[in-house]
Design a protein around this ligand. Structure first.
Ligand code: FES
Ligand SMILES: [Fe+2]
Length: 331
């Protein structure tokens, strides 16, 4: 598959969840981020990301295997350590010096919150701290990843949107008879935008809730990086809270992989599969719409689409992307 590295200083210097940590075992795997092919592998030191390209003859390292601490190229068996340095060329007589130029490009890579995070530029900060994962009252559960043929920016914008819940997720997260939204105020601080205290009536209580009927949940939604956000929905009558992280890896300008973490402070006796299944259904409903949107790339010119007063959070998101200078996934 032909890929071209995309250039976007903001997104290149950002961390992106690219793989489920539990799925990276004793074999390397290949992922694509911003058009760049990346080989991920795990050894006793942890997880590592190398450009998925052997410097010898350009074979894909992710098609190779692990030997000891090294990643072995499947073509002529060159072995790379976690810094990308070639440490063995099998065809070369023992004791001969390995050319220092025999080095694969290594990317910043970390395992956190059940995901493998990669930055292909210079990390603009650490992998964001997500307090709900550190809170022992919550039980985090990875969902997805979901592969979407749409710009990551469209996915995040959908995440900020309330007015679709009653239609796209009709009878699950909303009902057309309760489509009117309260006034919404957007807050912007410390490089994030958020809204809070938004009540939404939902005909079906969430998985594991002890409610049998409809419930009015109170939402908070936040976007803290161009392609990452989280929401919480709380049942104020009992404090049951579901917290959802959404973080999108841009594969190309109009294709992405969506990682989600659903964390709850209730229903621990309810099988995790119920929560995953619910999320799969809801996300599939979103993806069906998102994949049809035109233009495919999110218009940052606010005159390009009709922005209604209720779209205030989405408008703030578009303004913020423009301010930051995000170019991939926008137009
Ligand atoms: S192409 Fe990788 S060892 Fe030759
Ligand atoms: Fe949705």
């Amino acid at each position: 598959m032909q890929t071209t590295r995309l250039h976007d200083p903001v997104l290149e210097n950002d961390w992106h969840a690219v793989y489920l940590a539990s799925e990276l075992k004793d074999k390397p795997v290949g992922v694509i981020l911003l058009g760049e092919r990346i080989a991920l592998f795990r050894n006793s030191e942890g997880v590592h990301a190398l450009q998925d390209l052997c410097v010898h003859r350009g074979a894909m390292l992710s098609e190779g295997w692990i030997k000891g601490e090294s990643l072995v190229c499947p073509y002529h068996g060159w072995q790379y350590d976690s810094s990308g340095q070639c440490v063995c060329i099998p065809a070369q007589p023992k004791g001969e010096r390995i050319p220092p130029r025999a080095k694969a490009v290594a990317y910043a890579c970390e395992e956190k919150y059940g995901f493998i995070w990669v930055c292909i530029g210079e990390p603009s900060g650490p992998v964001p701290h997500l307090e709900y994962f550190a809170n022992p009252e919550y039980r985090p559960l990875p969902c997805g990843p979901y592969h979407v043929k749409a710009a990551g920016t469209r996915v995040v914008e959908n995440f900020t949107d309330f007015a679709h819940l009653m239609f796209v997720h009709q009878d699950l997260l909303g009902h057309p008879d309760y489509a009117e939204l309260p006034p919404i105020e957007v807050h912007k601080e410390d490089g994030r935008i958020y809204i809070e205290n938004i009540p939404i009536f939902q005909p079906v209580a969430h998985s594991g809730s002890d409610k049998k009927e409809g419930t009015t949940y109170v939402y908070r939604k936040e976007v803290y990086r161009p392609l990452s956000g989280w929401l919480s929905k709380t049942d104020p009558s009992n404090g049951q809270t579901l917290w959802i992280l959404l973080t999108v890896a841009p594969v190309s300008a109009d294709e992405c992989k969506v990682f989600m973490m659903v964390s709850r402070n209730y229903g621990f006796d309810v099988p995790d599969e119920n929560f995953i299944k619910f999320q799969d259904i809801v996300f599939d409903q979103d993806a069906r719409v998102i994949e049809t949107q035109k233009p495919e790339l999110l218009p940052l010119d606010l005159q390009a689409e009709l922005n209604h007063r209720v779209d205030i959070f989405s408008v703030a998101y578009r303004r913020w992307l423009k301010e930051l200078g995000v170019v991939i996934g926008t137009v």
